[in-house]
Design a protein around this ligand. Structure first.
Ligand code: FE2
Ligand code: FE2
Length: 440
């Protein structure tokens, strides 16, 4: 247990005067730690599940959970005894680490563990809080908790269709035993101590990220940017060529946006590996993750409206496959200081061309994408030095970024270009097909 827990019987008169507050603060602190650990560990599901819709939903829930944690921390700090640190106690961390499972486990079974054991227990904990607190005295917490209950109920509803037919009974029993040992997240239930034979699998074999990410039923490739209209969907010179028809550019930029799913997958790997990060770092990463999942949805939802069959769009895996070989702070440096910071000039040209089409929806999506990306680069400047410190990186940021860019180039030759096309050119979305779809 950490020093933040409050003794049941305060030792001094001053402490006993505030006992009613201290007890509720103790619960708020526990709820904060549970939400923050959910963010850190459920993010490992994102690149392991294959279905984009499920990835998007997980990113949204992770973002909302980060929001719960931040409001809980804010409220907690108004109360006596919340503590000044943001660390998570071992008993909570251990169970979330367990829920991450191994990288060979069925990710849908693991998702069921989170959503059919750990999150329902969180919902029960929030309900318990409402039951035991004074609704007038503790009104500010009550308002928050009521909202979080509605969110948690919705999360469980939203995940249900994705877990249909998934048999996770054994895994859920395993996690339930771990939870029963705590007596629920708030210790509000009778504790059922663990059997001596219980094995914490996460401690036997610590989790490591899979070498590649999953895209379920969708066709795959190494990369979607290229120079050959017979092979590649995004033909680089076409993006900036003033002679390219704007409808072609619109289709290509939607493919580009949809492929930000690679950013979703590799960014999601960073949380788990930074357990000592300040909560605000994870909060901004969660926002970043959710933004990328929305950008990907821009393409995923718009392409079919423009006549594209999504089963013909190959998903590019190179960025995940290369970056996963590098440590988290290098991944994050490449993302914010290279890919994002470097994308603005081309995207600006693309936006100007798309505006010719008077397609208000496309203009809106691209404008919000640009606004989000500006924030991401700001996040990078804010958090990269902190992330470097977490990994003992002492070089100046600029020097580190330069070295990382070089390392990436070298790694790209080793780990990149290894994913063969799932589809022959005749069946695949290419530049030439895009010309046809655009009616050029
Ligand atoms: Fe993006
Ligand atoms: Fe971004």
């Amino acid at each position: 247990m950490t020093s933040t827990s409050t003794p049941a019987r305060p030792a001094t008169p001053a402490a006993s005067r505030m006992a009613a507050v201290s007890e509720m603060t103790r619960l708020i602190r526990l709820l904060f730690e549970v939400e923050r650990e959910f963010v850190r560990t459920a993010s490992t599901l994102v690149y392991r599940v294959g279905e984009p819709e499920l990835k998007y939903l997980l990113c949204q829930h992770i973002w909302e959970s980060a929001g719960h944690a931040r409001f809980l921390r804010e409220r907690g700090r108004e109360l006596t005894g919340f503590g000044t640190t943001e660390t998570v106690r071992d008993s909570i961390r251990r169970l979330f680490n367990e829920a991450v499972g191994t990288n060979t486990a069925n990710p849908l079974v693991l998702t069921a563990g989170f959503y059919e054991v750990l999150k329902p227990a969180l919902l029960a904990a929030y309900r318990h809080y409402l039951k035991v607190t004074d609704h007038l005295a503790d009104w500010p917490s009550k308002k928050l908790v009521e909202e979080f209950i509605a969110d948690e109920e919705r999360h469980l509803r939203e995940i249900t269709p994705h877990l249909k037919g998934v048999d996770a009974r054994e895994w859920k029993l395993h996690l339930t035993q771990g939870l029963d040992d705590l007596g629920g997240w708030l210790g509000q239930e009778t504790r059922l101590p663990l059997a001596a034979s219980y094995v914490w699998q996460g401690e036997q074999a610590p989790y490591t990220h899979p070498a590649t990410c999953s895209r379920g039923k969708y066709p795959l490739c190494s990369g979607v940017f290229g120079f050959d209209p017979k092979e590649d969907p995004i033909v680089r010179p076409w993006l900036t060529d003033p002679k390219t028809d704007a409808r072609v550019i619109r289709l290509m930029v939607y493919v580009w946006l949809m492929m930000e799913l690679d950013a979703v997958d590799y960014l999601a790997t960073v949380f788990f590996e930074t357990p000592a990060a300040p909560f605000d770092l994870h909060f901004d990463l969660a926002r970043h993750l959710w933004d990328e999942s929305r950008h990907s949805q821009f393409g995923f939802r718009q392409l079919p409206k423009l006549g594209v069959d999504l089963m013909t769009v190959e998903h590019s895996l190179d960025l995940y496959n290369i970056l996963i070989q590098m440590p988290p702070h290098e991944r994050y440096a490449m993302m914010t200081m290279e890919f994002e910071a470097g994308s603005f000039p081309t995207k600006a040209l693309v936006m100007d061309r798309v505006r010719e089409l008077n397609d208000f929806e496309a203009d809106t999506l691209l404008a919000f994408d640009r606004n989000d990306e500006q924030n991401h680069v700001r996040f990078g400047h804010r958090w990269l030095p902190e992330m470097m410190a977490l990994f003992g990186e002492k070089r100046p940021v600029e020097e580190f970024v330069k070295a990382t860019q070089e390392k990436f180039k070298q790694y790209a030759t080793i780990y990149g270009g290894k994913v063969p096309h799932s589809l022959p050119t005749a069946a695949r979305l290419t530049g030439e097909k895009i010309l046809k779809l655009a009616g050029v």
